[in-house]
Design a protein around this ligand. Structure first.
Ligand SMILES: [Zn+2]
Length: 610
């Protein structure tokens, strides 16, 4: 039987179709089920993990930098502060690769008046990845520069109707913070500095780092692409700005002291020098000037040794300025009366194998003469000082020197305070020559600041008050109150007054005449000594000239100490150091509005006091 082709097809076709459709349907169902399962798995099981991953990529944590506190003077004048500045830069790699260096140079040159060729050359040299062209740009100009970078030129930035060109790749401006010292080198040896890496290197900046730096905080920010999602900022940890450190320094008196040193620097070219001005009643250091010094805004590449605070860190043999302390101690002890003759000066004296010289003085230039406490001070007689030391003896002298703050290490708020140990005679008695040497200021080393503090005892009526450089540290902008840290009686008021009279006599009639100021009573003592180098022997050409004084002598307001190391050409304290004291005293008393206290007629009254 022949099969009907049509019939065959009609019977085959539906069957074939039936099998394929079922198969495809099953496949689709399986796939659909799989898809549903997968979706369900994603939705129900992996959901939490996916959301977390999403958030992780979108949220960023970043530090909020604390603002460093300022360093200020006693009245709130800024000595060091952190300021925001704007700088203009070119990413040299990007600019060169995009070929935009000439366009970038055009914009910078037009806005900031820098030669275009120079800019192009610096970009093409690719010496630095980021090349800064302006470090303290006017913010409005910087905004214009950014607009010019976006719109392809300065003309397009200035005229919004102009069609934008291609952006100037690599050109930009950014805000950054910088430590600024508005007075350049003023008080720089006290302040120290913070370098471009944000590290505090020296001085108050370093010593009070923890107080000044504050604590950084953290914030979390949502990011989409490279942009912050508005309203997404969340502070995780609050940032705590640094505190402000107020010094006891008076900016004006500091300026006066630094200026007063200039003629001596010019004329005698010393190795180093310092001038200290103190309030004798509170121990506040009103000025502390050092030479050499540095401009704190240009410290990069400078010799950091120039920032050393010699007034606090370096010890020296005080020489004749110590005779005042020895005389005060002997008077207080009662082993001498002010006008009692204690020695006869023969210009030289012998102790064992040592010969002591006296740079003999008026009125005994031509022969031996009697010496009392006044003459010991105002003619700086070594024989008088030795006699006073001998009457006291080593143990009592050591005790008084300790009471005056001249023995051992003391802290005044700077950090790095120097000291040189003085042998304790209670452990081993001093040899005769040691006692003699100490009596006129050799064989003992102290810092200039220690000596200034010892003279404050005489100025304030007999109390030792510890010197301080910190007025207070606060978290707000209110000037803090100062508090005296240590105060104890060393001399009776009577002894202190007697010694002030001797210092006044020294300026009126003795070796300190060059510190005289018209209309003012000034007291002071000269010092000129060979210096011991690191405590080992004396060097003939290493001389230290000094002058320490009280102004006014009758009603003291200030103690001023001037110490000059290794002056060239002259080493007498009266010549090298006293004029600086006179200048500081005169200018400072005028600034403090202290009335004149000496009528002109009184000028020669004390001539007969020796
Ligand atoms: Zn003498």
């Amino acid at each position: 039987m022949r099969k009907d082709p049509y019939d065959f097809r009609s019977k085959r076709k539906p069957r074939t179709i039936g099998i394929d459709a079922t198969f495809i349907f099953i496949i689709i169902c399986v796939m659909f089920a799989l898809l549903l399962g997968r979706m369900g798995w994603f939705q129900l099981i992996k959901r939490d993990r996916n959301v977390a991953a999403f958030n992780d990529t979108m949220m960023r944590s970043r530090p909020i930098k604390a603002k460093r506190g300022s360093v200020l003077d006693r009245d709130g004048n800024v000595l060091a502060e952190t300021v925001a500045r704007v700088r203009v830069f070119v990413n040299t790699k990007q600019a060169v690769e995009a070929g935009t260096e000439v366009k970038a140079a055009d914009v910078i040159s037009d806005l900031f008046d820098i030669p275009k060729d120079e800019i192009v050359e610096r970009i093409r040299s690719r010496k630095h990845r980021i090349e800064y062209f302006v470090k303290d740009a006017d913010p409005e100009k910087a905004e214009l520069l950014k607009k010019a970078a976006r719109r392809g030129g300065l003309a397009q930035a200035l005229d919004s109707k102009l069609k934008s060109g291609d952006p100037i790749t690599g050109l930009g401006a950014e805000t950054y913070s910088v430590r600024s010292y508005p007075n350049d080198s003023l008080a720089s040896n006290i302040i120290g500095y913070v370098n471009s890496n944000g590290e505090s290197i020296y001085g108050i900046e370093h010593k009070y780092e923890l107080e000044l730096c504050g604590n950084s905080g953290w914030e979390s920010v949502g990011i989409s692409g490279s942009r912050q999602i508005p309203g997404s900022k969340k502070v995780i940890k609050e940032c705590l700005d640094g505190k402000n450190v107020y010094l006891t320094i008076d900016k004006r008196i500091q300026e006066i002291a630094e200026k007063a040193m200039l003629p001596t620097i010019e004329t005698y070219k010393p190795e180093s020098m310092c001038a200290i001005v103190m309030n004798p009643y509170t121990g506040e250091i009103l000025a502390l000037a050092n030479y050499p010094t540095l401009n704190l805004n240009e410290f990069s590449g400078a010799d950091p040794e120039k920032l050393r605070n010699g007034a606090v860190e370096f010890t020296y043999e005080p020489g004749s300025t110590l005779k005042t302390i020895v005389a005060a101690s002997a008077l207080e002890d009662g082993c001498v009366e002010p006008k009692e003759v204690v020695a006869t000066c023969h210009k030289t004296a012998t102790i064992g194998k040592h010969t002591i010289h006296c740079s003999v003085h008026h009125p005994y230039n031509n022969g031996p003469g009697p010496v009392d406490c006044y003459m010991t001070i105002d003619q700086s007689c070594n024989m008088g000082a030795m006699a006073l030391g001998s009457r006291l003896g080593d143990k009592k002298l050591y005790k008084y020197l300790t009471d005056f703050g001249l023995v051992g290490k003391h802290y005044f708020g700077f950090g790095g305070e120097g000291y040189y140990p003085l042998e304790d005679p209670n452990k081993e008695p001093w040899a005769k020559i040691k006692l003699a040497n100490v009596s006129f200021g050799q064989g003992i080393s102290v810092t200039p600041l220690q000596m200034a503090a010892a003279y404050c005892v005489i100025a304030n009526g007999g109390e030792y008050v510890r010197p301080q450089i910190i007025r207070g540290i606060t978290a707000d902008d209110k000037v803090p109150n100062f508090s005296v840290k240590e105060k104890r009686r060393v001399l009776s008021e009577r002894t202190a007054k007697e010694v002030r009279d001797m210092l006044e006599s020294c300026v009126e009639n003795g070796t300190g005449k060059s510190a005289k100021i018209e209309g003012r009573t000034i007291g002071g003592k000269t010092g000129s000594a060979q210096a011991s180098v690191n405590g080992r022997g004396y060097s003939g050409d290493y001389l230290i000239s000094s002058f320490i004084g009280i102004a006014p002598a009758e009603k003291p307001e200030l103690v001023i100490a001037v110490i000059v190391r290794r002056p060239q050409g002259n080493h007498y304290g009266a010549v090298v150091a006293a004029p600086i004291l006179r200048e500081i005293a005169e200018e400072s008393l005028r600034y403090m509005k202290i009335p004149a206290d000496k009528p002109e007629a009184e000028d020669t009254e004390r001539k007969e006091s020796i």
